[in-house]
Structures are given as C-alpha cells and as structure tokens.
Design a protein around this ligand. Structure first.
Ligand code: ZN
Length: 117
C-alpha cells in the first residue's frame, strides 16, 4: 500500500515518513518492546533517558529471565507479554526521575562522581 508524500508528492511506500527539507523518506522504526509509557519525557530529562536507553539496550532476554525461572533451571523462559515489557520499562525509566533518584538515594545509591569532595 502506498500514500502520497506530503513533501514531494511521490508515491510513498508504506512504512516510510514523508520527506521535508533535505530529509529524504525515512523508514519508520518499529517501536521497541522495551520502551516505557512516557517516552516524550526523554527529550527533556537526560537521566530518565540514560535509564531508559540502558534498559532498552541491555535487555536481551533479561526481562524474560527475571520473570520466569525456567532459564536458570536449564529451560526456556517464555516471552514476556507486551504489558510485562511496558511495566518494566516504565519503572526503570521512573528510576531516572527526580523522585526515582531520591528513592535510590534513600537506599544508599549515589551516582558516580556525586560523592566526590
Ligand atoms: Zn517525498
């Protein structure tokens, strides 16, 4: 299926963004299953982004293994549901918020460099 590009008027293949300025038609990335609910916050909150990016980047099968012990017993942990992924990613991102960081601080965690001096 195609639609008309609002930038150049060409026949835009499905899954591509319309062009604008010097930006050519870019493929629309499929959202990762390991992104939380409030990704709009990541633009203005670098610590939330750090937590969210680290979780998304390092996840692999981590969540599956956290939620189900079969992997540790030599088996195969089932795929987490979309809801499992959403809850985990949202919670990890929350740890990067001021409230989340205060939570970690109360438990004795201090970001490297913050306890110097
Ligand atoms: Zn175009």
């Amino acid at each position: 299926m195609t639609s008309k590009c609002s930038g150049c008027g060409c026949s835009l293949p499905e899954g591509y963004k319309p062009c604008y300025g010097d930006n050519k038609h870019q493929k629309i990335e499929k959202p990762s299953r390991h992104q939380g609910m409030r990704t709009y916050r990541l633009m203005d909150n670098p610590e939330e982004r750090r937590f969210a990016d680290a979780w998304e980047k390092n996840n692999g099968n981590l969540l599956a293994h956290i939620l189900d012990d079969r992997y540790y017993q030599g088996g195969h942990s089932p795929e987490p549901s979309d809801r499992d992924c959403l809850v985990a990613a949202t919670t990890i991102q929350w740890l990067g918020t001021p409230v989340g960081r205060a939570f970690l601080f109360e438990l004795g965690y201090i970001k490297k460099g913050q306890n110097d001096g």
